[in-house]
Design a protein around this ligand. Sequence first.
Ligand code: ZN
Length: 256
Amino acid sequence: MNTPISRQDDKDVSIEEKLRALYELQSVVSEIDKIKTLRGELPLEVQDLEDELTGLKTRIVNLEDELKGLETAVKNKKIAIKDSETLIAKYTEQQNNVRNNREFDSLSKEIEFQTLEIELSEKRIKEFNVEMAEKKNAIETSKALLKDREEDLDRKKGELNEITQETRIEEEKLRSKSEKIESFIEPRLLTAFKRIRKNARNGLAVVTIQRDACGGCFNKIPPQRQMDIANRKKIIVCEYCGRILVDKDINVVEAE
Ligand SMILES: [Zn+2]
């Protein structure tokens, strides 16, 4: 009925001491959990903002490249128009010196063609200008958003730094304390502790009995089992949630 997590391999360490170490370890890691909760979503939010900033910067660079491409295209169309105008002037001049109607008509066709070319170029320039205005708009919007996000990032980073600095020393102390306790606990038991903790809500692997119930899942524990737990002769886990159960006085007896 009772599920021993480990055999008592180490004869020097009593089950009671193991239970006490586990309970103490739980208290320390719970303190670390509290600090992490204090930091909350900030580290994730900072990361998200940094990703967004990278995306925005890339977008702006791309838009500016596209804008430059359009500017070049407009320039080229303007050159083409000038070229067509030069040709039209040349053909018009030549029409004054034709020898026959065929030559005149041929030049007229060329002039007509170049005129159409100019109209087409002007149409394209208009389209390019519309596109350019859109790009410029998008660049401006993106830049404004970038500025906003940079301010957000600065603020979040500041908040995170503040919390991290406030809690850093405390966290380091707790971490070295937990490492020290861990070194007292046999590897198999420690692995079990970590596994239970990972699967348990609130990160609680070791819980006390509260009002005749498991302090983790609040299922009732039969009196006989409560007595077994109070005896501290076996490592007993809750049959509902798998957490290690200790009596609530485990850490007050023989204060260390
Ligand atoms: Zn339970």
